[in-house]
Design a protein around this ligand. Structure first.
Ligand code: C2E
Ligand code: CA
Ligand code: CA
Length: 389
Protein backbone atom coordinates (compact mmCIF):
# COMPACT_ATOMS: atom_id res chain seq x y z
CA UNK A 1 0.00 0.00 0.00
CA UNK A 2 1.41 3.35 -0.95
CA UNK A 3 -0.08 5.41 1.92
CA UNK A 4 -0.51 4.20 5.48
CA UNK A 5 -4.05 3.22 6.46
CA UNK A 6 -5.96 5.55 8.75
CA UNK A 7 -8.85 4.85 11.08
CA UNK A 8 -11.22 6.54 8.62
CA UNK A 9 -9.96 4.48 5.66
CA UNK A 10 -10.32 1.27 7.66
CA UNK A 11 -13.83 2.16 8.76
CA UNK A 12 -14.81 2.91 5.16
CA UNK A 13 -13.25 -0.33 3.98
CA UNK A 14 -15.23 -2.34 6.52
CA UNK A 15 -18.47 -0.69 5.36
CA UNK A 16 -17.58 -1.28 1.70
CA UNK A 17 -16.72 -4.92 2.25
CA UNK A 18 -13.13 -4.52 1.05
CA UNK A 19 -11.79 -7.17 3.42
CA UNK A 20 -11.71 -10.61 1.91
CA UNK A 21 -10.40 -13.95 3.04
CA UNK A 22 -7.80 -16.11 1.40
CA UNK A 23 -7.49 -19.74 2.40
CA UNK A 24 -4.34 -21.76 2.98
CA UNK A 25 -4.79 -25.56 2.82
CA UNK A 26 -3.74 -27.95 5.59
CA UNK A 27 -2.62 -31.49 4.83
CA UNK A 28 -2.78 -34.68 6.91
CA UNK A 29 0.81 -35.93 7.16
CA UNK A 30 -0.47 -39.47 7.72
CA UNK A 31 -2.33 -39.65 4.41
CA UNK A 32 -1.25 -36.63 2.34
CA UNK A 33 -4.90 -35.59 1.91
CA UNK A 34 -6.34 -32.10 2.37
CA UNK A 35 -8.06 -31.85 5.76
CA UNK A 36 -8.74 -28.16 6.15
CA UNK A 37 -7.67 -24.59 5.50
CA UNK A 38 -6.88 -21.43 7.44
CA UNK A 39 -8.76 -18.23 6.57
CA UNK A 40 -6.39 -15.23 6.31
CA UNK A 41 -7.66 -11.69 5.85
CA UNK A 42 -6.57 -9.44 2.94
CA UNK A 43 -7.54 -5.86 2.16
CA UNK A 44 -8.39 -5.26 -1.47
CA UNK A 45 -7.49 -1.64 -2.21
CA UNK A 46 -8.17 -1.28 -5.91
CA UNK A 47 -5.74 -3.64 -7.59
CA UNK A 48 -3.51 -3.83 -4.51
CA UNK A 49 -3.80 -6.51 -1.88
CA UNK A 50 -2.70 -5.38 1.56
CA UNK A 51 -1.54 -8.01 4.04
CA UNK A 52 -2.83 -8.16 7.61
CA UNK A 53 0.42 -7.09 9.27
CA UNK A 54 -0.06 -3.68 7.57
CA UNK A 55 -3.54 -2.93 8.96
CA UNK A 56 -4.42 -5.27 11.86
CA UNK A 57 -2.37 -3.35 14.47
CA UNK A 58 -4.20 -0.10 13.57
CA UNK A 59 -7.58 -1.90 13.51
CA UNK A 60 -6.83 -3.19 16.99
CA UNK A 61 -5.62 0.15 18.38
CA UNK A 62 -8.55 2.07 16.95
CA UNK A 63 -11.18 -0.34 18.22
CA UNK A 64 -12.27 -1.48 14.74
CA UNK A 65 -10.96 -5.02 14.93
CA UNK A 66 -14.13 -6.37 16.43
CA UNK A 67 -16.35 -5.11 13.57
CA UNK A 68 -13.82 -6.40 11.10
CA UNK A 69 -13.77 -9.84 12.76
CA UNK A 70 -17.55 -10.12 12.80
CA UNK A 71 -17.68 -9.39 9.05
CA UNK A 72 -15.02 -12.03 8.46
CA UNK A 73 -16.82 -14.53 10.66
CA UNK A 74 -19.89 -14.25 8.40
CA UNK A 75 -17.66 -14.93 5.38
CA UNK A 76 -16.10 -17.93 7.14
CA UNK A 77 -19.51 -19.33 8.09
CA UNK A 78 -20.66 -19.07 4.45
CA UNK A 79 -17.44 -20.67 3.19
CA UNK A 80 -17.70 -23.44 5.79
CA UNK A 81 -21.25 -24.23 4.67
CA UNK A 82 -20.26 -24.31 0.99
CA UNK A 83 -17.19 -26.52 1.46
CA UNK A 84 -18.54 -28.98 3.99
CA UNK A 85 -21.42 -29.92 1.68
CA UNK A 86 -18.92 -31.42 -0.73
CA UNK A 87 -16.21 -32.44 1.81
CA UNK A 88 -17.85 -33.43 5.11
CA UNK A 89 -14.61 -33.83 7.11
CA UNK A 90 -13.07 -30.54 6.01
CA UNK A 91 -12.39 -27.91 8.75
CA UNK A 92 -11.97 -24.17 8.13
CA UNK A 93 -10.11 -22.23 10.79
CA UNK A 94 -10.35 -18.55 11.56
CA UNK A 95 -7.98 -16.28 13.50
CA UNK A 96 -9.28 -14.23 16.40
CA UNK A 97 -7.72 -11.77 18.87
CA UNK A 98 -8.43 -11.78 22.64
CA UNK A 99 -10.70 -8.71 22.36
CA UNK A 100 -12.86 -10.63 19.91
CA UNK A 101 -13.54 -13.21 22.58
CA UNK A 102 -14.09 -10.83 25.47
CA UNK A 103 -17.85 -10.37 25.12
CA UNK A 104 -18.76 -13.91 24.07
CA UNK A 105 -19.91 -12.53 20.73
CA UNK A 106 -17.96 -15.03 18.65
CA UNK A 107 -19.41 -18.05 20.43
CA UNK A 108 -22.87 -16.42 20.33
CA UNK A 109 -22.79 -16.00 16.55
CA UNK A 110 -21.42 -19.46 15.97
CA UNK A 111 -24.04 -20.93 18.27
CA UNK A 112 -26.78 -19.26 16.17
CA UNK A 113 -25.29 -20.64 12.96
CA UNK A 114 -25.24 -24.09 14.54
CA UNK A 115 -28.87 -23.72 15.60
CA UNK A 116 -29.82 -22.77 12.04
CA UNK A 117 -27.94 -25.92 11.01
CA UNK A 118 -26.16 -23.96 8.31
CA UNK A 119 -22.87 -25.48 9.51
CA UNK A 120 -21.65 -28.31 11.72
CA UNK A 121 -19.33 -27.61 14.63
CA UNK A 122 -16.67 -30.04 13.40
CA UNK A 123 -16.22 -28.02 10.19
CA UNK A 124 -15.18 -24.83 11.99
CA UNK A 125 -12.10 -24.06 14.11
CA UNK A 126 -10.80 -20.99 15.91
CA UNK A 127 -7.11 -20.01 16.10
CA UNK A 128 -5.68 -17.76 18.78
CA UNK A 129 -1.99 -17.12 19.37
CA UNK A 130 -0.18 -18.48 22.37
CA UNK A 131 1.12 -15.07 23.48
CA UNK A 132 -2.36 -13.48 23.18
CA UNK A 133 -3.89 -16.26 25.26
CA UNK A 134 -1.24 -16.26 27.93
CA UNK A 135 -1.48 -12.51 28.56
CA UNK A 136 -5.30 -12.55 28.54
CA UNK A 137 -6.27 -15.85 30.14
CA UNK A 138 -9.17 -14.42 32.13
CA UNK A 139 -10.58 -12.50 29.13
CA UNK A 140 -10.61 -15.44 26.76
CA UNK A 141 -11.36 -18.39 29.04
CA UNK A 142 -15.18 -18.07 29.03
CA UNK A 143 -15.57 -17.79 25.30
CA UNK A 144 -13.10 -20.61 24.69
CA UNK A 145 -15.05 -22.85 27.06
CA UNK A 146 -18.29 -21.95 25.27
CA UNK A 147 -16.75 -22.77 21.92
CA UNK A 148 -15.57 -26.09 23.30
CA UNK A 149 -19.06 -26.80 24.63
CA UNK A 150 -20.44 -26.10 21.14
CA UNK A 151 -18.00 -28.64 19.71
CA UNK A 152 -15.88 -26.04 17.90
CA UNK A 153 -12.18 -26.83 18.16
CA UNK A 154 -9.77 -24.18 19.38
CA UNK A 155 -6.19 -24.19 18.06
CA UNK A 156 -3.28 -22.57 19.86
CA UNK A 157 -1.42 -20.61 17.20
CA UNK A 158 2.30 -19.73 17.07
CA UNK A 159 3.09 -22.29 19.76
CA UNK A 160 6.68 -21.95 20.91
CA UNK A 161 6.70 -18.16 21.02
CA UNK A 162 4.62 -17.35 24.09
CA UNK A 163 6.13 -19.01 27.14
CA UNK A 164 3.01 -20.92 28.14
CA UNK A 165 3.40 -23.13 31.15
CA UNK A 166 2.24 -26.67 30.61
CA UNK A 167 -0.09 -26.16 33.57
CA UNK A 168 -1.88 -23.20 31.98
CA UNK A 169 -1.95 -24.92 28.64
CA UNK A 170 -3.71 -27.95 30.02
CA UNK A 171 -6.33 -25.81 31.77
CA UNK A 172 -7.63 -24.20 28.59
CA UNK A 173 -9.64 -26.20 26.06
CA UNK A 174 -7.19 -26.38 23.17
CA UNK A 175 -7.58 -29.26 20.78
CA UNK A 176 -4.43 -28.53 18.76
CA UNK A 177 -1.02 -26.91 18.94
CA UNK A 178 0.14 -25.06 15.84
CA UNK A 179 3.92 -25.02 15.90
CA UNK A 180 5.21 -21.56 15.12
CA UNK A 181 6.67 -21.20 11.65
CA UNK A 182 9.97 -19.83 13.00
CA UNK A 183 10.36 -22.97 15.11
CA UNK A 184 9.50 -25.14 12.09
CA UNK A 185 11.88 -23.30 9.76
CA UNK A 186 14.80 -23.60 12.20
CA UNK A 187 14.14 -27.33 12.67
CA UNK A 188 16.53 -28.34 9.91
CA UNK A 189 19.42 -26.16 11.08
CA UNK A 190 20.55 -28.00 14.22
CA UNK A 191 19.85 -31.11 16.24
CA UNK A 192 18.83 -28.88 19.14
CA UNK A 193 16.25 -27.02 17.04
CA UNK A 194 14.87 -30.32 15.83
CA UNK A 195 14.53 -31.44 19.46
CA UNK A 196 12.36 -28.37 20.14
CA UNK A 197 9.97 -29.48 17.40
CA UNK A 198 10.00 -33.07 18.65
CA UNK A 199 9.30 -31.94 22.21
CA UNK A 200 6.37 -29.78 21.01
CA UNK A 201 4.88 -32.71 19.09
CA UNK A 202 5.34 -34.94 22.15
CA UNK A 203 3.70 -32.42 24.39
CA UNK A 204 0.71 -32.17 22.08
CA UNK A 205 0.48 -35.95 22.11
CA UNK A 206 0.77 -36.21 25.89
CA UNK A 207 -2.06 -33.70 26.27
CA UNK A 208 -4.05 -35.48 23.56
CA UNK A 209 -3.91 -32.54 21.20
CA UNK A 210 -3.33 -32.55 17.46
CA UNK A 211 0.05 -31.19 16.29
CA UNK A 212 0.04 -28.90 13.26
CA UNK A 213 3.20 -27.45 11.72
CA UNK A 214 3.08 -24.19 9.77
CA UNK A 215 5.71 -22.56 7.60
CA UNK A 216 6.54 -25.81 5.80
CA UNK A 217 8.66 -24.54 2.92
CA UNK A 218 10.46 -27.65 1.64
CA UNK A 219 9.99 -31.35 1.04
CA UNK A 220 12.78 -31.92 3.59
CA UNK A 221 10.78 -30.17 6.32
CA UNK A 222 7.68 -32.11 5.25
CA UNK A 223 9.51 -35.46 5.58
CA UNK A 224 11.07 -34.56 8.93
CA UNK A 225 7.62 -33.75 10.30
CA UNK A 226 6.21 -37.06 9.06
CA UNK A 227 9.16 -38.93 10.58
CA UNK A 228 8.52 -37.27 13.92
CA UNK A 229 4.81 -38.00 14.02
CA UNK A 230 3.46 -34.49 13.44
CA UNK A 231 -0.16 -34.78 12.31
CA UNK A 232 -0.89 -31.87 9.99
CA UNK A 233 1.10 -29.35 7.95
CA UNK A 234 0.59 -26.03 6.25
CA UNK A 235 3.07 -23.91 4.31
CA UNK A 236 4.22 -22.48 0.99
CA UNK A 237 5.68 -25.83 -0.11
CA UNK A 238 2.15 -27.29 0.07
CA UNK A 239 0.18 -24.26 -1.10
CA UNK A 240 0.01 -20.50 -0.67
CA UNK A 241 -3.17 -18.80 0.56
CA UNK A 242 -5.76 -18.76 -2.28
CA UNK A 243 -9.26 -17.54 -3.10
CA UNK A 244 -12.30 -19.60 -2.12
CA UNK A 245 -12.82 -20.70 -5.74
CA UNK A 246 -9.22 -21.84 -5.97
CA UNK A 247 -9.62 -23.68 -2.69
CA UNK A 248 -12.60 -25.62 -4.08
CA UNK A 249 -10.41 -26.61 -7.04
CA UNK A 250 -7.52 -27.56 -4.75
CA UNK A 251 -9.77 -29.82 -2.65
CA UNK A 252 -11.17 -31.50 -5.77
CA UNK A 253 -7.78 -32.22 -7.30
CA UNK A 254 -4.91 -31.59 -4.90
CA UNK A 255 -1.33 -32.13 -6.07
CA UNK A 256 0.03 -35.46 -4.83
CA UNK A 257 1.48 -35.22 -1.36
CA UNK A 258 3.10 -38.24 0.23
CA UNK A 259 1.81 -39.28 3.63
CA UNK A 260 3.07 -41.87 6.08
CA UNK A 261 2.36 -43.03 9.61
CA UNK A 262 5.95 -43.91 10.36
CA UNK A 263 6.27 -41.27 13.08
CA UNK A 264 2.86 -42.14 14.48
CA UNK A 265 3.82 -45.81 14.80
CA UNK A 266 6.80 -44.77 16.88
CA UNK A 267 4.45 -42.75 19.07
CA UNK A 268 2.24 -45.82 19.45
CA UNK A 269 5.30 -47.75 20.68
CA UNK A 270 5.97 -45.01 23.24
CA UNK A 271 2.31 -45.12 24.32
CA UNK A 272 2.59 -48.85 24.75
CA UNK A 273 5.66 -48.44 26.98
CA UNK A 274 3.82 -45.76 28.91
CA UNK A 275 0.86 -48.10 29.45
CA UNK A 276 3.19 -50.82 30.76
CA UNK A 277 5.02 -48.37 33.01
CA UNK A 278 1.74 -47.23 34.60
CA UNK A 279 0.87 -50.85 35.39
CA UNK A 280 4.34 -51.56 36.81
CA UNK A 281 4.00 -48.46 39.01
CA UNK A 282 0.56 -49.54 40.20
CA UNK A 283 1.84 -53.02 41.13
CA UNK A 284 4.93 -51.52 42.78
CA UNK A 285 2.97 -49.00 44.85
CA UNK A 286 0.35 -51.56 45.90
CA UNK A 287 2.86 -54.20 46.95
CA UNK A 288 2.34 -53.24 50.60
CA UNK A 289 -1.39 -53.95 50.34
CA UNK A 290 -2.54 -50.32 50.12
CA UNK A 291 -3.82 -50.23 46.56
CA UNK A 292 -7.03 -48.49 47.69
CA UNK A 293 -4.91 -45.50 48.74
CA UNK A 294 -3.42 -45.02 45.27
CA UNK A 295 -4.66 -42.03 43.31
CA UNK A 296 -6.54 -43.20 40.23
CA UNK A 297 -4.60 -40.80 38.00
CA UNK A 298 -1.59 -43.09 38.15
CA UNK A 299 -3.47 -45.86 36.34
CA UNK A 300 -3.39 -46.04 32.58
CA UNK A 301 -6.62 -45.62 30.67
CA UNK A 302 -7.96 -49.17 30.89
CA UNK A 303 -11.66 -48.33 30.88
CA UNK A 304 -13.93 -50.99 29.44
CA UNK A 305 -13.09 -49.94 25.97
CA UNK A 306 -9.78 -50.73 24.30
CA UNK A 307 -10.59 -48.17 21.60
CA UNK A 308 -10.49 -45.38 24.16
CA UNK A 309 -6.99 -46.24 25.36
CA UNK A 310 -4.08 -44.28 23.91
CA UNK A 311 -2.75 -47.01 21.66
CA UNK A 312 -6.30 -48.08 20.82
CA UNK A 313 -7.32 -44.54 19.86
CA UNK A 314 -4.54 -44.55 17.26
CA UNK A 315 -4.99 -48.17 16.17
CA UNK A 316 -8.76 -48.05 15.69
CA UNK A 317 -8.70 -44.40 14.59
CA UNK A 318 -6.21 -42.85 12.19
CA UNK A 319 -4.09 -46.03 12.16
CA UNK A 320 -6.84 -47.76 10.20
CA UNK A 321 -5.44 -46.62 6.91
CA UNK A 322 -2.62 -49.15 7.48
CA UNK A 323 -5.04 -52.04 7.09
CA UNK A 324 -3.20 -53.09 3.94
CA UNK A 325 -0.07 -54.08 5.90
CA UNK A 326 0.49 -57.52 7.45
CA UNK A 327 1.78 -56.18 10.75
CA UNK A 328 -1.22 -53.90 11.29
CA UNK A 329 -3.67 -56.76 11.03
CA UNK A 330 -1.60 -58.90 13.42
CA UNK A 331 -1.61 -56.22 16.14
CA UNK A 332 -5.33 -56.27 17.00
CA UNK A 333 -5.49 -59.55 18.90
CA UNK A 334 -2.49 -59.02 21.25
CA UNK A 335 -3.59 -55.40 21.73
CA UNK A 336 -7.01 -56.54 22.97
CA UNK A 337 -5.37 -59.18 25.19
CA UNK A 338 -2.99 -56.63 26.66
CA UNK A 339 -5.83 -54.27 27.45
CA UNK A 340 -7.73 -57.10 29.13
CA UNK A 341 -4.64 -58.21 31.06
CA UNK A 342 -4.07 -54.64 32.25
CA UNK A 343 -7.68 -54.30 33.36
CA UNK A 344 -7.54 -57.56 35.33
CA UNK A 345 -4.26 -56.61 36.88
CA UNK A 346 -5.67 -53.32 38.17
CA UNK A 347 -8.81 -55.05 39.47
CA UNK A 348 -6.76 -57.51 41.46
CA UNK A 349 -4.52 -54.93 43.13
CA UNK A 350 -6.62 -54.89 46.29
CA UNK A 351 -7.04 -58.64 46.42
CA UNK A 352 -4.89 -59.96 49.28
CA UNK A 353 -4.72 -63.40 47.68
CA UNK A 354 -2.88 -62.09 44.65
CA UNK A 355 -0.69 -59.50 46.33
CA UNK A 356 2.79 -60.88 46.09
CA UNK A 357 2.00 -62.45 42.76
CA UNK A 358 3.08 -59.24 41.03
CA UNK A 359 5.98 -60.83 39.26
CA UNK A 360 3.93 -63.57 37.56
CA UNK A 361 1.34 -61.07 36.39
CA UNK A 362 3.97 -58.74 34.98
CA UNK A 363 5.59 -61.63 33.12
CA UNK A 364 2.30 -62.27 31.26
CA UNK A 365 1.91 -58.58 30.57
CA UNK A 366 5.47 -58.22 29.29
CA UNK A 367 5.10 -61.11 26.87
CA UNK A 368 2.23 -59.24 25.23
CA UNK A 369 4.07 -55.91 25.26
CA UNK A 370 7.10 -57.51 23.61
CA UNK A 371 4.96 -59.19 20.96
CA UNK A 372 3.28 -55.87 20.18
CA UNK A 373 6.52 -53.90 20.01
CA UNK A 374 7.97 -56.48 17.66
CA UNK A 375 4.88 -56.16 15.42
CA UNK A 376 5.11 -52.38 15.46
CA UNK A 377 8.77 -52.55 14.44
CA UNK A 378 7.69 -54.82 11.61
CA UNK A 379 5.08 -52.21 10.69
CA UNK A 380 7.78 -49.52 10.62
CA UNK A 381 9.87 -51.67 8.27
CA UNK A 382 6.86 -52.20 6.00
CA UNK A 383 6.36 -48.42 5.88
CA UNK A 384 10.02 -47.83 5.01
CA UNK A 385 9.84 -50.38 2.21
CA UNK A 386 6.56 -48.87 0.94
CA UNK A 387 8.33 -45.53 0.52
CA UNK A 388 11.18 -46.83 -1.63
CA UNK A 389 10.26 -46.03 -5.24
P1 C2E B 1 -0.71 -16.59 11.30
O1 C2E B 1 -2.06 -16.84 11.90
O2 C2E B 1 0.44 -17.22 11.97
O3 C2E B 1 -0.84 -17.03 9.79
C1 C2E B 1 0.21 -17.59 9.05
C2 C2E B 1 0.93 -16.54 8.23
O4 C2E B 1 2.08 -17.13 7.66
C3 C2E B 1 0.11 -16.03 7.07
O5 C2E B 1 0.54 -14.70 6.82
C4 C2E B 1 0.55 -16.95 5.94
O6 C2E B 1 0.34 -16.39 4.66
C5 C2E B 1 2.01 -17.08 6.25
N1 C2E B 1 2.59 -18.32 5.77
C6 C2E B 1 1.98 -19.51 5.58
N2 C2E B 1 2.86 -20.45 5.14
C7 C2E B 1 4.06 -19.84 5.07
C8 C2E B 1 5.38 -20.29 4.69
O7 C2E B 1 5.60 -21.44 4.33
N3 C2E B 1 6.37 -19.36 4.76
C9 C2E B 1 6.15 -18.07 5.15
N4 C2E B 1 7.19 -17.23 5.20
N5 C2E B 1 4.93 -17.62 5.52
C10 C2E B 1 3.90 -18.50 5.49
P2 C2E B 1 -0.50 -13.52 6.66
O8 C2E B 1 -1.68 -13.98 5.90
O9 C2E B 1 0.26 -12.32 6.20
O10 C2E B 1 -1.01 -13.28 8.15
C11 C2E B 1 -0.17 -12.76 9.14
C12 C2E B 1 -0.82 -12.80 10.49
O11 C2E B 1 -1.94 -11.91 10.56
C13 C2E B 1 -1.41 -14.16 10.82
O12 C2E B 1 -0.41 -15.03 11.27
C14 C2E B 1 -2.40 -13.81 11.90
O13 C2E B 1 -1.77 -13.65 13.14
C15 C2E B 1 -2.90 -12.47 11.43
N6 C2E B 1 -4.18 -12.66 10.76
C16 C2E B 1 -4.42 -13.04 9.48
N7 C2E B 1 -5.75 -13.07 9.22
C17 C2E B 1 -6.35 -12.71 10.38
C18 C2E B 1 -7.72 -12.53 10.77
O14 C2E B 1 -8.67 -12.73 10.01
N8 C2E B 1 -7.95 -12.10 12.06
C19 C2E B 1 -6.94 -11.89 12.94
N9 C2E B 1 -7.25 -11.49 14.19
N10 C2E B 1 -5.66 -12.05 12.61
C20 C2E B 1 -5.36 -12.45 11.34
CA1 CA C 1 -3.20 -18.57 12.46
CA1 CA D 1 0.80 -19.03 13.10
Amino acid sequence: MTTSPTRASLERAIQNGEFVLHYQPKISLATGSVVGAEALVRWNVGATIVSPDDFLPLAEESGLLHDLTLGLLDQVLDATASISNASPGFALSMNVAPDDLAANVISGRISKALERQSIEARNLQIEITESAVMSNVETVRDDLLRLEALGVKVLMDDFGTGYSSIDRLSQLPFSSLKLDQGVVKRMGTSRRNLEVVKASISMARELRMTSIAEGVESSGAYDLLIANGCEEAQGYWIARPMSLDELHGFIDSPPLFGGSQIGRVHHAILDLLHFRKCLVDAVFCSADGTAHALPSVMYPETGEDVEASRVGAWYFGSGRNLQGTHAYRAIESPLRSLHEEGRRLLESLDDAAVVGDGNARLVRLDALVEELISLMHQLERELVVARVP
